[in-house]
Design a binder for this molecule. Structure first.
Ligand SMILES: C[S@@+](CC[C@H](N)C(=O)[O-])C[C@H]1O[C@@H](n2cnc3c(N)ncnc32)[C@H](O)[C@@H]1O
Length: 280
């Protein structure tokens, strides 16, 4: 089978997969991954016969993609804030919209000489590592309840050459008695009832622990907001990524925990995506 025939077969198979619109692009990316060549070289040698073991490897990746597995898990790599992260099904694939949260934290903490920041629900470590990269003087703690996710986050910190303290904990339990200038979190915020409206890529491949937060999607915020208030030094900040339609509920939680200067930052679609507030 030639490279050209492999690509055509891959495109055809992926057209019947959960993401037909990306069939050609994904088939090319999978073949490039197997061949370890660049796109120009692959296309220039379209007529070349492929060795049987390469065909087997390509077919194996095609089967994974056809089942809806995200490309980032297939490659084991994702990009966030210009940095490279290892990702496995134990961690959420970091999303571009979460970069708004990182930007808000930088804006709020950059004036502090040595901000103490805690990232709750660190997953791959994306937020904590991006912050450590941009704020080298910050003291950063990253928490997750999943030991498997923390192992990936630690690997990513090492890979990106940043120093972070990692703790396995339910929300802020492991740091009770400590004081922070910033609590940042992109917690699970999808309602269990929305499960069937998610794409197959998300629903069947990303960790449920990273996605769902009770019947209304608010169960983590409900506990996290008062815990963040208790963990913050006076004048410290909380910054939270929020889901579609959650702004009013988050405003009420923040008001109820005596936060002030409550603000919502919109994403590129104009939807409130980041809630931030200051502890009285
Ligand atoms: C939406 S993911 C965010 C991952 C990463 N911060 C990002 O933005 O890409 C939420 C993370 O919170 C973690 N998590 C869920 N419940 C938790 C809890 N009670 N305490 C600490 N972490 C929790 C999950 O394991 C998951 O890694």
């Amino acid at each position: 089978m030639t490279l050209q025939e492999c690509l055509a077969k891959g495109e055809l198979e992926l057209k019947a997969s959960p993401h037909p619109e990306r069939a050609r692009r994904d088939a090319e990316a999978l073949l490039i991954h197997v061949l370890r060549r660049n796109r120009a070289s692959m296309l220039a040698h379209r007529a070349e016969e492929l060795q049987p073991d390469y065909i087997d490897r390509f077919n194996a990746l095609l089967a994974r993609r056809s089942a809806g597995e995200p490309m980032q898990y297939i490659f084991g790599e994702a990009e966030f804030y210009g940095l490279a992260f290892r990702v496995t099904p134990d961690v959420l694939i970091p999303r571009p919209e979460t970069e708004h949260l990182v930007e808000k934290v930088i804006e709020l903490t950059a004036p502090l000489p040595q901000p103490r920041i805690v990232d709750v629900g660190t997953g791959s470590g994306a937020i904590a590592i991006a912050l450590a990269h941009c704020l080298p003087v910050a003291q950063i703690t990253a928490i997750d309840i999943s030991a498997a996710a923390l192992a990936i986050a630690e690997e990513n910190a090492e890979r990106n050459k940043v120093g972070i303290r990692f703790l396995c904990s339910d929300l802020l339990d492991a740091v009770v008695g400590e004081s922070f200038d910033m609590v940042v979190a992109n917690p699970p915020y999808i309602a269990a009832s929305e499960r069937n409206s998610l794409t197959i890529e998300v629903r069947d491949h990303e960790p449920a622990l990273a996605l769902f937060a009770g019947e209304d999607g608010l169960s983590i915020y409900r506990r996290l907001v008062p815990a963040a208030c208790a963990a913050l030094a006076p004048g410290g900040y909380v910054a939270l990524e929020i889901g579609y339609g959650q702004a009013d509920a988050i405003q009420a939680f923040l008001d109820g925990s005596h936060f002030k200067n409550i603000e919502f930052t919109a994403d590129l679609q104009g939807l409130p995506r980041v809630a931030s507030a200051r502890r009285s």
